[in-house]
Design a protein around this ligand. Structure first.
Ligand SMILES: Cc1cc2nc3c(=O)[nH]c(=O)nc-3n(C[C@H](O)[C@H](O)[C@H](O)COP(=O)(O)O)c2cc1C
Length: 338
């Protein structure tokens, strides 16, 4: 049982009720951190899991890289037991390579393999992967048919609406279901929209009506109330939260950012930083932490000189001292075992 399970309204004291199942895997909770390249690494995922994210998706991992350089990919696949259900997201355009990659990662015991069919980046789409797959329904069918035969754990798909001139979301969702897929996550934007413009929640509702497998809705969930709003509007089983979770993982414990005190933000930032340094090492860890720090601390509100001084710090202790000074947080340095 997921130790991070959020108590459900109809839960008994002894046994919380799963919110939904991915085939035979229970999921407790209705808010899930979206896979985000460059963000949903182990340090951030584990923080979000502890705060209630109900499933844990890795950043996407290229099938070819798993096949050709498995050892180098290992850090992207690291997870903690409490993150389960753990989803490895794979992208590629070659069904056999995807199957090979999925079989290789089985030794790490993920719960679910997810196929990325939503990435709009030119680099990914150019090779026919990501949202490029939404133009190739026969290939999607082959990927899911082969994959669901080859591996024992559930296979799922994350899609978009499709392309402006080929909005194939309904077709692709049906194919995923018919070929044995166990869940569809849909981001309600087209390839051309990228990450801007309004997400179209009607498409999420249409998919919910078109398939029997669980559906996760995604796009424009910015505050806690949006979680329920998206569920009510579309009937989806759960929602996925991407950008609004960056610097704001409290959203998974159903706390809006304006309810988070500076002291709470500081404590979580310290915990996140510690995980970052453990995972990436001091130098790389500090540099990669900048984008998180900007969001945690809302540094864009600060004068440029203060912001630059904080953000470019390479020494963790000094970085935390400057943060405490900027936010007038009184904590002894000894607490910060970074
Ligand atoms: C920086 C960034 C990286 C992303 N990387 C991935 C990825 O690796 N796999 C994926 O399926 N989606 C990826 N996405 C898309 C998100 O999972 C999500 O669908 C999108 O951000 C919309 O949700 P939001 O409006 O809550 O941010 C990424 C999005 C962003 C902003």
């Amino acid at each position: 049982m997921n130790p991070n399970a959020i108590a459900q309204p109809n839960a008994t004291l002894a046994e919380p009720t799963p919110t939904f199942f991915v085939r035979d895997i229970p999921v407790y909770g209705d808010a899930i951190l979206a896979p985000m390249d460059g963000f949903s690494d182990w340090p951030f995922r584990s923080i979000c899991s502890k705060l209630g994210s109900a499933m844990s998706y890795t950043e996407f991992v290229r099938a070819q890289h798993i096949v050709m350089a498995y050892k180098q990919m290992a850090p992207r696949l690291k997870f903690d037991e409490f993150e389960r259900p753990m989803v490895y997201q794979i992208y590629g355009d070659d069904p056999d390579e995807i199957v090979q990659a999925a079989m290789m990662v089985q030794d790490k015991r993920p719960d679910i393999i997810d196929i990325n069919m939503g990435c709009p980046s030119r680099r990914v789409v150019h090779g026919g992967a990501g949202v490029g797959l939404m133009l190739q329904p026969l290939k999607v069918a082959r990927i899911f048919r082969k994959l669901t035969k080859a591996i024992q754990i559930p296979v799922t798909g994350k899609i978009r609406i499709g392309w402006e001139n080929c909005r194939s979301y309904q077709l692709i969702a049906r194919i995923v279901e018919e070929e044995g897929g166990s869940l569809i996550a849909i981001h309600g934007r087209t390839k051309e929209q990228g990450y801007s413009g309004e997400a179209n929640w009607d498409t999420i509702a249409e998919i919910r009506a078109a398939v029997k497998i669980p559906v996760i809705g995604n796009g424009d969930v910015k505050v806690v109330a949006d979680i329920e709003r998206l569920k009510q509007y579309t009937g989806c089983n759960a929602v996925m939260i991407g950008r609004a979770a960056i610097g704001n993982p409290w959203i998974f414990s159903k706390t809006d950012r304006d309810k988070v005190t500076d002291a709470m933000a500081y404590d979580l930032l310290t915990d996140h930083l510690r995980r970052h340094l453990d995972f990436y090492g001091d130098r790389k860890g500090m540099i990669l932490f900048r984008k998180h720090a900007m969001q945690y601390l809302k540094l864009h509100w600060f004068p440029r000189a203060v912001r630059t001084e904080i953000i470019t710090q390479t020494d963790p202790q000094e970085f935390l001292r400057l943060v405490r000074k900027a936010f007038l947080i009184e904590k002894p340095l000894s607490e910060l075992e970074v």
